[in-house]
Design a protein around this ligand. Structure first.
Ligand code: CP
Length: 287
């Protein structure tokens, strides 16, 4: 069963993936009867998701096929569908896909091999959301009844779109903040300075310049003061509050560069948890 969007998973299914990820972090080992092959197809740039899926596959004893679009028959006008069909034809056991199109997977209903979504356009980033939840759980020993402030480029962020849904479903209070340009009509936005000292989790988002149709109408030098995590705002955080950011980080824009490794930052813990979450979701498909 593919993992395309957490919106298709029940809360119990999500908790069960996190339990498995924690088991892997605690040293769980697996031994498949035959060598499994995971194909990693990244049609959009990635460091964390791509290489942690690759590492996760290797840690499970699987081998990976690494696909690079610019050195493939896409250059000879082969379609996206036929490319995926090829990786099914050579008997891949699972296919990881990142693509710039929202819901690219709706074209792949005929593909029988499990697909793990490594991020689709602005729609969903299920494994990022899972690793965010795992990091929250490690801090607070719960996934519910927390106050979470998500700040920045909400409109273009698949991380925000996945997390808003799942955090609300798990019974958390979710507050959103960002410039008008990054707001969405159906969502309610608050002032960062009214909430920064009241929340348990501050999730900063990368400004996604590559997805913008118009240029940012705030000077880059002003963005940190207006909407970013500055040192002044950091000093107002609750004692046990934590900072999350999916990375890559625009240091000095959405977050002061000195705060990336500050005490309350869990940014590199998120990356570490990304390995175990991806081991868990791969294991579920390969076992
Ligand atoms: N957070 C995240 O998805 O990072 P990459 O784009 O580097 O995979």
């Amino acid at each position: 069963m593919s993992l395309l969007d957490l919106r298709n998973k029940t809360n119990d299914e999500i908790v069960s993936i996190l339990d498995l990820a924690i088991e892997f972090k605690n040293g769980k080992e697996v031994d498949f009867k035959r060598k499994k092959i995971v194909a990693n197809l990244f049609f959009e740039a990635s460091t964390r998701t791509h290489y942690s899926f690759e590492m996760a596959a290797k840690r499970l004893g699987a081998e990976t096929l690494e696909f690079y679009p610019t050195n493939s028959s896409l250059e000879k006008a082969e379609t996206f569908y036929d490319t995926i069909k090829f990786f099914e034809s050579i008997e891949s056991d699972a296919i990881v896909i990142r693509h710039e199109d929202n819901k690219y997977f709706e074209q792949l209903n005929n593909i029988k091999v499990p697909i793990l979504n490594g991020g689709d356009g602005t729609n969903a980033h299920p494994t990022q959301s899972l690793l965010d939840l795992m990091t929250i759980y490690e801090q607070f020993n719960t996934l519910s009844n927390l106050k979470v402030l998500i700040v920045g480029d909400i409109k273009h962020s698949r991380v925000a779109h996945s997390n808003i849904d799942v955090l609300q479903r798990l019974n958390n209070e979710v507050y959103l903040c960002g410039p008008d340009q990054f707001q969405e009509e159906e969502l309610f936005f608050v002032d960062i300075d009214e909430y920064i000292d009241k929340v348990d989790v501050v999730m900063m988002l990368r400004v996604q310049f590559e997805r913008h149709e118009e240029s940012l109408n705030i000077e880059k030098e002003d963005y940190l003061d207006m909407y970013g995590l500055s040192k002044e705002r950091y000093n107002r955080l609750k004692e046990d509050a934590i900072i999350l950011h999916p990375a890559p980080v625009n240091r000095g824009l959405e977050i002061d560069g000195d705060l990336v490794e500050a005490d309350k930052s869990r940014i590199f813990q998120q990356m570490n948890n990304g390995l175990y979450v991806r081991m868990a979701v791969l294991y579920n498909e390969l076992k």
